[in-house]
Structure formats: C-alpha cells, structure tokens
Design a protein around this ligand. Sequence first.
Ligand SMILES: Nc1ncnc2c1ncn2[C@@H]1O[C@H](COP(=O)(O)OP(=O)(O)OP(=O)(O)O)[C@@H](O)[C@H]1O
Length: 257
Amino acid sequence: MARHGNERAVLREDGTVEGTAGAPAAVLLRGARKTYGTGHAEVHALRDVDLEVRRGEFVVLLGPSGSGKTTLLNLIGGIEPPTAGEVIAGGRDISGLGEDGRTAYRRDTVGFVFQFFNLVPSLTALENVRLVAELTGRGDREHAEKALAAVGLAERAGHFPAQLSGGEQQRVAIARAIAKDPALLLCDEPTGALDLETGRGVLRVLQDLNREGRTVLVVTHNAAIAAIAHRTVRMRSGRIVEVTTTEAPATADEVAW
Ligand SMILES: Nc1ncnc2c1ncn2[C@@H]1O[C@H](COP(=O)(O)OP(=O)(O)OP(=O)(O)O)[C@@H](O)[C@H]1O
C-alpha cells in the first residue's frame, strides 16, 4: 500500500474521501497508532497503520491473536480514538472526536456484528432489530422488517433468541446492524461461534449485503473466510504485513474450514 507521507486526505463535497487510489474511500487510515498504558506497561496495539478501504469493498482482516485486528476495527468504528494518526470514515475525520462525537458517528454510520450475537433474550427477533432503530432514531418498523427479510428471517420475526439456532441469532444481529442503513458494516469474528454450515449462511448474508453496495469489514482468525473478500489484510504485531487482492472472490457456499 502506498504511503503518502504528510499529505492530507481530501474530503469531497458529497462526503466521500479521495483515497490513495483515486476512487472514493469508505475508510482511510494514515499513521494510525494505538498505545495502551504507559512506561513498562505500554502496549503498542497498532503501529502507524495505513489502510484504505473503498466504498463497496469486502475486506477481511486476518492475523494471530493480539496482532491488533480488533483494535483496528474499534478505531474505524469510533469505539476508541487513535493515540496518533488520522482515521477518516463515513466521509469525515473521526480521529479528533470526543466521546459524544464518536457516539454520534457510530449511531449514524456504523453497524456492528460481534461473535456472540448480543441479542436481548426477552425480546423477539423483530423487537431486537427495532430496538436499535428506536434507540438511534434511524429506521422504523418497516426498516426492521426489511432487514429481517434481507437476512432470510421474515418468518421468524416473532421468535425469541432461545428459539433460534446460533446462525439464525447471528442473522438477527446482522439485521439489527443494517436496520439503520449504515455506510459501514464492521464484523468481529461473525462466524467464530458457528459451525461450518451455519457459518456459511452468515457469510452468504454478508456477501449479499456487500453485493448490494455495502462496505463490509470482517475481522477473523479464520483464513478460509478470506476467499470471499475482495482484499485480505494480514496483520502481525500491530502492523499490516500483507495486503492481497482476490480477482474473483469465491461464493460463501464454496468456503470450507
Ligand atoms: N484496553 C486495552 N488495554 C491494554 N491492552 C490492550 C487493550 N485492548 C487491547 N490490548 C492489547 O493490544 C494488543 C492487540 O489487541 P487486539 O484485541 O486488537 O488483537 P486481536 O488481533 O484482535 O486479537 P484476538 O484475535 O485475540 O481478538 C494485544 O496485545 C492486547 O493485549
């Protein structure tokens, strides 16, 4: 990936970013650094990371445990600020935002999917999806129903999480993430708790959402998942060590682990 020294990223009028490749960027990191603790307890979770993700791209972040994948996703998702460097996402520079600014950015721009679905057990699938729409003020009942339909669960709207399989619960979590129509879908080990067949079902949904134009980033230990990505970013010790492009990504059904 080309480094551009101190050159600043250019924000376009339509809110997209002129990235290093000249195409609109959904995410742009320049010299992004995250250090936890101080002195002897200092941990360099990310060391001067440069990364550009184009709009509509499907990117998989791979790397061993502790290599900085989740930290990178957290910076892009506005969960944490960088210690240094620039993070531009959703058409704005989010590096300098405070807690309130990051909360607003997350609410307006990002859908998160985690390994353990985090559904509210006492709410039905539809209520779980609607909850986020209500809390964020983005999306309504109709959006929630559409989102459940998009993940193939329209028929299960009235079921509680305990009445759904792991794969179905994760699809509800994806519906919840997309109900507010986020520009970015960030997934941390979305198939980590699932077996191959249900995991494939989740990947199929993510791939479909990406084909509709959503930008998707998936963090995983599972190298097999890289087959469905446009690009694979490999991390080690807080650095990006390799970026590979897949000319003809596989379909989710072709993935095996
Ligand atoms: N809040 C924190 N305080 C201190 N150190 C942290 C914190 N969060 C992460 N780290 C450290 O930063 C490094 C990167 O962690 P990170 O969770 O990003 O790695 P990862 O590649 O996602 O790992 P895994 O695959 O195990 O989830 C690790 O050494 C971790 O211990």
